[in-house]
Ligand binder design. Structure first.
Ligand code: FE
Length: 212
């Protein structure tokens, strides 16, 4: 079947985050973190030089997505792309939606002058490897190395704990909230309205940093 593929926009953050939830729940190395996924998607939508997200919309609902992140190869002397977050909703698998998404991403990359597309997939995911081979990808002899610069505890802390106003040093404690601004006790900082401001100096929410 043919489904229309289009470039995703900021309005698609919530549905794309849902699809990522499906993807990460089936990959070994990743766990779901809705705040992290949504903020990363927004980062890409607001900074198109970082990459592009394509979605397959079927009867008005996004049922698949794929992402190209942009970088440079000094070897090729050209722009290259990382293909990430390829996922099709389970009910729509095996119907050619993935192939259409990949074709669309490859056409885009060729048209924009990219020299290569690289992707990672689970070592034991034979189905995914066969899928990518059928799309013309071949297995690299390179080995993937990683170093995490921010461990899980730091990430969770910045999401749930105290934040400090850069202007005046006021500490937002989620246990207390900010009842005068009708922020209930127990409200994590990430859930505080972006229109909220520091109760002491009226600096905006964006002027707060995690207090680690
Ligand atoms: Fe302040």
């Amino acid at each position: 079947m043919m489904s229309p593929i289009r470039t995703a926009t900021e309005n698609d953050v919530a549905r794309c985050a849902e699809l990522l939830e499906i993807l990460f729940s089936q990959e070994h190395e990743f766990t779901v973190n809705a705040v992290a996924q949504s903020s990363a998607l927004s980062m890409i939508f607001r900074n198109p030089e970082l990459g592009r997200i394509f979605v397959a919309e079927i009867d008005g609902v996004i049922q698949g997505m794929v992402m190209l992140l942009f970088t440079v190869s000094t070897f090729l002397g050209r722009k290259v792309a990382l293909l990430e977050d390829m996922v099709v909703a389970p009910a729509w698998r095996g119907k050619g939606v993935g192939t259409q998404l990949i074709d669309h991403a490859m056409d885009f990359a060729r048209r924009e002058g990219f020299g290569r597309i690289t992707l990672l997939t689970d070592r034991d995911n034979e189905a995914a490897q066969q899928f990518y081979q059928a799309q013309g990808f071949s297995k690299s002899e390179m080995v993937v190395f990683r170093k995490h610069l921010d461990d899980e505890t730091t990430l969770n802390k910045s999401e749930s704990d105290t934040w400090m106003c850069r202007e005046c040093g006021y500490l937002y404690d989620p246990a207390e909230g900010d009842p005068e601004s009708r922020i209930k006790e127990g409200t994590p900082f990430v859930e505080v309205s972006c229109h909220w401001s520091c109760p002491v100096c009226f600096a905006s929410k964006a002027d707060f940093d995690p207090f680690l």
